[in-house]
Design a protein around this ligand. Structure first.
Ligand SMILES: [Mg+2]
Length: 174
């Protein structure tokens, strides 16, 4: 198995078939924050995001913001959206994923990660063995390290995947 290939690929968090995830037994969604839930430069959640999170809560999903960013960056989102969160998650390392599974007592098969980065969200989720859902980044802004290292690496991966017709930008699947 190639750890960079997501189980599902959709345009954005607003295009994911959450009913299907429920049917597949997913109970807990780990949401990356930057460029997945909001553009990197946004400091507070918007109404659309609030509405989605409310809908997902009504569907009985456990929602957790799972981000490599600082606690300070995450706080307004955690507070307004009223969800659990884990800052400085250290993706793609397994440690924080396993911590969440243990803390909330979920099975690997019950958890999915939603994120925009192959080298963080998708690699991390696949290494642990949970479902991985890739979305397009909401903006071109990124943390400096992401910008100068991981996005260029991603570009190379995308090129090779698209040559093999494995993962093609804009060709969504679930
Ligand atoms: Mg991100």
């Amino acid at each position: 198995m190639n750890y960079f290939i997501p189980d599902m690929y959709q345009k954005s968090i607003y295009h994911i078939d959450y009913d299907k995830l429920r049917d597949d037994g997913i109970q807990c969604l780990l949401f990356d924050l930057d460029n997945t839930c909001v553009p990197y430069k946004d400091n507070i959640p918007n109404k659309k995001l609030e509405d989605l999170f409310e809908t997902l809560k009504d569907m009985d999903f456990k929602l957790i913001i799972f981000s490599n960013a600082s606690r300070r960056r995450i706080k307004p989102f955690k507070d307004v959206l009223n969800v659990d969160s884990l800052a400085k998650a250290g993706k793609p390392r397994k440690k924080s994923f396993l911590k969440i599974l243990k803390l909330f007592n979920y099975d690997l098969s019950e958890v999915a990660i939603v994120g925009d980065q192959l080298y963080k969200d998708i690699l991390g989720g696949n290494r642990v063995g949970i479902k991985t859902i890739l979305v397009n980044p909401m903006s071109n802004d990124d943390m400096i390290l992401t910008k100068i290292i991981f996005r260029p690496l991603e570009k190379i991966k995308y090129r090779s995947f698209s040559r093999k017709k494995i993962l093609i930008k804009g060709k969504y699947y679930d």
